[in-house]
Design a protein around this ligand. Sequence first.
Ligand code: URA
Length: 432
Amino acid sequence: MLEPFDAVDVIRAKRDGGAVPEAELRWFVDAYTRGYVSDPQMASFAMAVFLNGMAREEIRILTDAMIASGERMSFGALSKVTVDKHSTGGVGDKITLPLAPLVASFGVAVPQLSGRGLGHTGGTLDKLESIPGWRAALTNEELFAQLEEVGAVICAAGSGLAPADKKLYALRDVTGTVNSIPLIASSIMSKKIAEGTDSLVLDVKFGSGAFMQDYALARELAETMVALGVDSGVRTTALLTDMNTPLGRAIGNANEVRESVEVLAGGGPADVRELTVTLAREMLTLAGQPDADVDAALDDGRAMDTWERMIRAQGGDPAAALPTARETHTIVAPTTGVLTRLDALAVGVAAWRLGAGRARADDAVVFAAGIDLHAKPGDLVVAGRPLMTLSADDAGRFARAIEALEGAWSIDSDADPKNFAQAPLVRDRITA
Ligand code: URA
């Protein structure tokens, strides 16, 4: 096939800070998917985007080209409206687990096509795979049948959605080009738009455990993604939420499932419940149910009932015992006072070093590995009493996890817990 453009021209245009003309950008993504544009050429382009950015219109075209690289699903044949949620990822972020069945308990279809974790943020599928028998891979027919019957599905995204992104994301991971607003926004939104949901709520994190640590950059990412969604006909809103400290008290896989089940039983940590309820309200508003009593569905067992049906439909036993670790190590508070800071990134890296996460895409995770926090910012801690418990299958992993936690917390001996000002979990809401 005679190629209509030159890859080097596209790279040069971006390198010199200009915008790439539409036809060339579309061709470049298509040629990369076909293997004509090489990995070094795409890596060079990604670095040029990382350094020079992209105009909104270019981001829209890039996203559209990545959608066009694969299949486009449609949930139009379902008898229910669909609404999806995507989080940019954080430490202890297990919200999808209670959220999907909670929203589905209102008769809405929630297709959560999810991924596995890489680096210090956990993957939703890794967490659910700690449930004996549960399987992540569904055919499209199984996915549709479960959406119709149960309403909630959390499963692996098929390889047919935005294959250009799959290649590009793996390349960015090893070329230092992940943290770029145009590249993150087009990567996430190409998959979500190709998936074919009617509505989408984005949970965009800022703070130490987030991709975008800086609030202003996280906000720009949220605005960019909302605009991409709306331009493609997907009703999209975003919340900007604080990821300076881990969400909840459990960080890992099996222990995050345990905590999610507590939330589904009407209990659980206040921050996990708050974010679950807030996101559920956003999703149900987009689905046409702004007055849904979300709290009641958590407290009266309706969400739990949907959870159990969702897990069973995918071969899992919701009543089965979850894996527990062979070894534990408890870290105690060095002094008495108010815990004023607990750093999300350090806790995430420590849990990862314990085996809860993977360093390479084909590594296995240790389901029982992780961290249970006995105190959160604002709590009074007492010298010599447990601050957190580390769990692993191999005691040899503790030393490096403890190293990651050095300097991860602050205790103020003079503070009064009554006067501790908790930063709001949900900082802002972005609409088109
Ligand atoms: N998640 C994605 O799918 N893509 C990114 O670029 C970052 C997070």
